[in-house]
Ligand binder design. Sequence first.
Ligand code: AMP
Ligand code: MG
Length: 410
Amino acid sequence: MKAEIISIGTEILLGQTLDTNSSYLSRKLAEIGIDVHYHITAGDNKNRLCDSIKAALQRSDIAITTGGLGPTIDDITLNAIAEVAEKPLILKKEIIRLIEHHFKTRSIKMPKNNIKQAYVPKGAIWLKNLTGTAPGLIVEIYKKHLIALPGPPREMIPMFEKYIIPYLEKFRVKKSVILSRTLKTTGLSESQLHNKIAAFLRLSGSTTVGIYARPSQVDLKITAKAADPALAKKQIGIIEGKIRKKINKLIYGADDQKLEQVVAGLMGPSTISIAESCTGGLISSRLTDIPGISKNLLFSIIAYSDRSKKELLSISPGLLKRHGAVSTVIARHMADNIRRIAKSDIGISTTGIAGPAGATHKKPIGLVYIGLSTGKQTIVRKFNFTGSRDIIKFRTSQAALDMLRKFLLK
Ligand code: AMP
Ligand code: MG
């Protein structure tokens, strides 16, 4: 079965509303083995919408529209569907009652416009909206399935899950599912990672591997198409095992796992303290997103100014003057001193130039030092990050958390 998704709304065409409905529907349809071949975005214009619906139904078995079912004058989906289906719109008393009830429970008098939402093309199946007023529709046109859903995700998603998935499952001829698993890495660029696992990126057939770069993170997505979920998971597991054999240490987590979550999970009874300069508390903020971290995280200091480095972290003024705040020496002392002051097992420090100002010939924007002190040894790593101020801060927090992760893995 092939499907197309039509997002309706001029605000989407203008880039003012992000089309999250298409991405949600594509993911869900893949899970039940329906291939999505096109995403169409149509503005609130009846002729162009009719053309889009006709084109989709000529090419594919299923067309799913979202949006344009509201009560206002720019909502034209119902009229467009009735025109393509060549059916009159019939007023449904039952829908009026549902809409009236919706407003009554909110102590609001039903606005007259909402009557518009009680019309249904003759012969169509209409679907109760559990979280709003616009009903959904299933209409047979050219012996294909046209499904119309409301635009707001909080109305569209429950309707899709309750009615559309069971409806579509009945028509699936050859049952198959598509499942994915994402392996997350940080520290290497997309091309560096590509070189390490190039052979997997050329896989063809029912299991494939894709590479997706984001700032300070490169994801590997393994996707398998199989007759049932267990088989798809097995295929994914085989490829994952082979990839892990090559780059296991680089993979910090999978799917929805966050780096800070993984780090927190590895901490065990170890205690940690953090002295942050250029990250301004970002590392501490990310770690404190994880419940239970209070047993590990003893001290966090934002030592942004030179004075705070001297007064809170006992960095000697002479050293600061000689090396400058952004230096290996200062990163080392910050990590050692915070560890000693907090009496923790591990001390972490960051110092760097996040830009856009503050760079010198010798110390460019993006120059960052991260220190990790453990009592036995102190490691300082130098980085040259690129990007805007917020990206450099994020990359620094990412690198610091990954240094910590690798240390805890040992
Ligand atoms: P509509 O039903 O077209 O009046 O849309 C109502 C609201 O739903 C819009 O203002 C958006 O906030 C939201 N919406 C509509 N279409 C989408 C879409 N494709 N993705 C995400 N949100 C949407
Ligand atoms: Mg609209």
